[in-house]
Design a protein. Structure first.
Lengths: 255, 301
């Protein structure tokens, strides 16, 4: 029944996410129906690469997915603490870990659905725009769209998971100001990244997505070139925030 | 099984330099209605928070239903109905909250929930955030009382309720708790309400329990003694709670042994004008309001 509470809080955001995916799908279908001439012209022109089309479209999804992750992270325990119902919630006979991981599990399950749905639409778009363009090449060699799809789903899940976890933690930390703190952290990171790039050109701070791997055929095909390690580190970072939220809740008094 | 539903020994809870609970020794018998009285900021709410695991004790020992809140708070909460902050999940209606709450408590009673909703005149279809303060309190009480819990801890349960609803609520609590072996722990500073239903009373001030006793014992033991005389033994008798002199008379409040005390005064040449009993409000004011003497717990318990 606790999951029902999280569902009640997050259902509008989930519906908005599905609506966005639906609009994307509608747009994909509409382009193919209403602009067949343009698409045909594109196909007759320089050769289209479905992989690059996929990655370009997937890049557009980064911001909405990050926003969804942030919104989902603001629900659950942090919201209750912000609204003053923390004493009520935490006087239900469950451990504080139960509340944290129920929120996290249910929120991430919804985000996983949205990420997969969005990527399916993007793959459909890539197929329809570049249909019949022959084998898919990336980085000088053939790849399967399924490989790209998988990496993009993982990238999307890690991005949303990071945003979810960070916002969840900040909402527990500073209650209703958690979303603002998360945005502050993100802006600070993006600025810091540019500062580092400017003063130390050889040093590159990690991208919030897995974009540095997306264009590499070898990493996608064989999980080589540090992709596996990168995924593991990002997953650990994304998980560190709910763990920190749990520890914080267990250590502090509920007021 | 311990005869006490709640037991604390030298319980401390500090917030920085503030001693919210300062060496609290409390004994709440199982099956009793226990009124936990104190002024604002006396440490009542903090005590309840510590006893239910919502806040961590700084020191001391405590047992709630034979369990330690530091390690067994989930088990305690499963057997305890609690009203502390009158704030539930704002976007849920009363019916939603019943649905949500029911799943956590194996002894939840829909029949009790319905009964309380009717008696308390609650609109269960209205969202919590749209309820008035009084109706919010009522809904909190409904959720705590319908759990069928062994122990119910209510912090200022009648705050914001009108007199009619307060009266109904008190009647219901007495009906539901009398002879059922369930313990009702009621924190309040509405003395008349506590006096109406409580069997035991604990008076807390500045984080310390100043008095703990059966209410009946308090009524039969505490006496106000008014005397006329010279050179009276002010505040030397061990049972004296307070002594006030003015216009030729001295007024003593003693916590016990009023007969022996008056005999002693008369042996000193004093004339006893009258000896009158005190109600709970007067006892509370003597013990807390004037704050001159801490009454030892053992005397009346």
């Amino acid at each position: 029944m606790y999951l029902w509470k999280y569902w009640r809080e997050s259902r509008i955001t989930f519906a908005v996410g599905l609506l966005l995916v639906g609009l994307l799908l509608w747009g994909v279908l509409k382009i193919h129906v209403t602009a067949p001439v343009q698409i045909q012209a594109a196909r007759n022109g320089p050769r289209l690469n479905p992989a690059q089309i996929y990655l370009a479209l997937a890049g557009v999804l980064t911001l909405p997915l990050a926003f969804l992750g942030l919104r989902f992270g603001s629900f659950g325990v942090g919201r209750d603490l912000g609204e003053g119902s923390g004493s009520f919630l935490f006087s239900r006979p469950r451990t504080r870990a139960f509340f944290v991981w129920s929120d996290w599990g249910y929120g991430m399950a919804q985000l996983l659905l949205l990420v997969i749905a969005a990527n399916l639409v993007v793959e459909l778009a890539a197929h329809r725009i570049a249909a019949g363009s022959g084998p898919i090449f990336l980085g000088g060699g053939p790849v399967s769209m399924f490989s790209i799809f998988c990496v993009q789903c993982v990238a999307g899940l890690l991005l949303t998971g990071l945003m979810f976890g960070l916002t969840y933690f900040t909402s527990v930390l500073v209650k209703s100001r958690g979303v603002l703190l998360t945005l502050g952290v993100l802006v600070a990171y993006l600025i810091g990244k540019q500062v580092v790039k400017h003063y130390w050109p050889d040093v590159t701070l990690p991208d919030l997505t897995l974009s540095e791997f997306s264009m590499s055929r070898s990493t996608i095909v064989g999980f080589a070139g540090g992709l596996g390690l990168s995924i593991a580190l990002r997953a650990a970072l994304a998980l560190a925030f709910p763990v920190a939220a749990q520890v914080l809740l267990q250590q502090r008094d509920i007021d | 099984m311990n005869d006490l539903a709640i037991e604390t020994h030298a319980l401390h809870k500090h917030y920085g330099d503030i001693n919210a609970v300062d060496g609290l020794d409390m004994h709440v018998p199982r099956g009793a209605v226990y009124g936990f009285l104190g002024r604002n900021g006396a440490g009542k709410t903090t005590t309840i928070r510590v006893l239910t695991g919502l806040a961590r004790a700084t020191g001391g020992d405590m047992r709630v239903l034979d369990l330690d809140p530091r390690t067994d708070s989930v088990a305690i909460l499963g057997r305890t109905g609690l009203v502390i902050e009158k704030m539930l999940i704002p976007s849920m209606t009363g019916n939603d909250l019943v649905r949500f709450n029911r799943s956590f408590f194996p002894h939840w009673s829909d029949a009790l929930a319905t009964k309380y909703a009717v008696v308390l005149e609650l609109d269960m279809k209205r969202k919590f955030k749209k309820l008035s303060t009084g109706n919010r309190t009522k809904l909190c009480l409904l959720l705590a009382l319908a759990q069928g819990a062994e122990l119910v801890m209510l912090d200022e349960p009648t705050a914001g309720l009108d007199p009619v609803v307060t009266d109904q609520l008190l009647r219901l609590m007495v009906e539901d708790f009398a002879n059922e072996g369930r313990t009702l722990f009621l924190s309040s500073h509405h003395l008349s309400e506590v006096e109406r239903i409580a069997e035991w009373v604990g008076i807390i001030d500045h984080g310390k329990l100043l008095l703990e006793a059966r209410l009946d014992d308090m009524r039969t033991s505490f006496r106000r003694v008014r005397v006329v005389g010279e050179a009276l033994p002010l505040a030397v008798w061990p049972v004296i709670v307070s002594a006030n002199t003015g216009e030729g008379t001295t007024e003593y409040v003693v916590r016990t042994d009023a007969d022996a005390f008056t005999a002693h005064l008369e042996s000193q040449g004093a004339t006893v004008l009258d000896v009158t009993p005190l109600n709970l409000s007067e006892i509370f004011l003597e013990v807390v309001g004037k704050g001159k003497t801490n009454v030892s717990v053992e005397v009346l318990a």
